[in-house]
Write a protein that binds this ligand. Structure first.
Ligand code: SAM
Length: 262
């Protein structure tokens, strides 16, 4: 078979709610011969593929790498070379903390045609689900996405002085294990202890759960909450709006926080 017949779509499946898929992603999934998917992709999204499509889970659990990245790359190449239309489904957006670019490089090197279909990243999905803006006039003029977990569990080596900007919203992906360290570093650089922190687990999914806290209490509160599922932290003054615009019950706490950082 002609080795260039196959094609790979690197597709963002969004943060969980299947209704947040793009139409382009839906069309690619509906036409797929093979789905190679991550653990965070909702079963309802996998069900959109044709019955006969192969479904291969290459999911990674935190601190576990059941299938090394190189093997996932080789799998995509092998499936494409067998003439299949392959959909590589990743949670959120494939190019935000998703290793989509590593897979794209491997495909390019092997001469496999591919396309990237963006998805709604967890930051946007969770922010919208909690009716919390990531920027807001007078509160935050920029937003930064950072990872709370580095390769091989190395230390978080960030420009902490640059990150501790009261006008910037920080969105921390994969930060549950290191949220204490992250908050400590930001406090040490002068961010107020009352800076609001919104923690969201399973954002946009049925088990969505959120917690509004502060920079000084976030680590203890997150530990006490014993979150299940992926957790995202939104740190910054905008987080206090979650109570005003959204459904958080602790409106009084939000008001107190908002006053303290205004
Ligand atoms: C490996 S990163 C993948 C990010 C993904 N590519 C994206 O654009 O959203 C996984 C991290 O994303 C965050 N995340 C993904 N989906 C989430 C959700 N539904 N609710 C909360 N956090 C989520 C969590 O911080 C999780 O540890």
């Amino acid at each position: 078979m002609d080795e260039f017949l196959g094609y790979v779509y690197l597709v963002g499946a969004g943060p969980g709610d299947p209704d947040l898929l793009t139409l382009k992603a839906l069309r690619a999934i509906e036409a797929a011969d093979a789905l190679v998917y991550d653990r965070l992709v909702a079963p309802e999204i996998l069900d959109l593929a044709p019955r006969g499509a192969a479904r291969i889970c290459v999911g990674k659990r935190p601190k576990h790498h059941p299938i090394p990245q190189e093997d996932i790359n080789l799998l995509l190449i092998r499936l494409a070379r067998s003439g299949r239309k392959v959909v590589r489904l990743k949670g959120g957006d494939p190019l935000i903390f998703g290793r989509g670019s590593e897979e794209a490089m491997a495909l390019k090197k092997s001469g496999i045609a591919f396309e990237i279909i963006p998805g709604i990243t967890a930051a946007q999905g969770c922010a919208a689900a909690l009716k919390t803006p990531l920027t807001h006039r007078g509160l935050a003029s920029s937003v930064r996405y950072i990872t709370g977990h580095c390769r091989h569990d190395q230390d978080l080596d960030f420009d902490w002085a640059g990150l501790a900007d009261p006008e910037t919203t920080l969105v921390v992906y994969m930060g549950l294990a290191n949220i204490g360290e992250i908050c400590r570093r930001l406090l040490a650089q002068g961010l107020p202890a009352a800076t609001p922190v919104l923690a969201v687990s399973n954002g946009t999914k049925r088990g969505q759960h959120s917690l509004l806290t502060t920079l000084s209490d976030a680590a203890a509160d997150a530990r006490a909450e014993a979150f299940g599922g992926p957790v995202l932290f939104i740190i910054g003054r905008v987080a206090a709006l979650a109570a005003e615009l959204g459904n958080l019950e602790d409106y009084a706490l939000a008001k107190k926080i908002a006053l303290a950082v205004s």
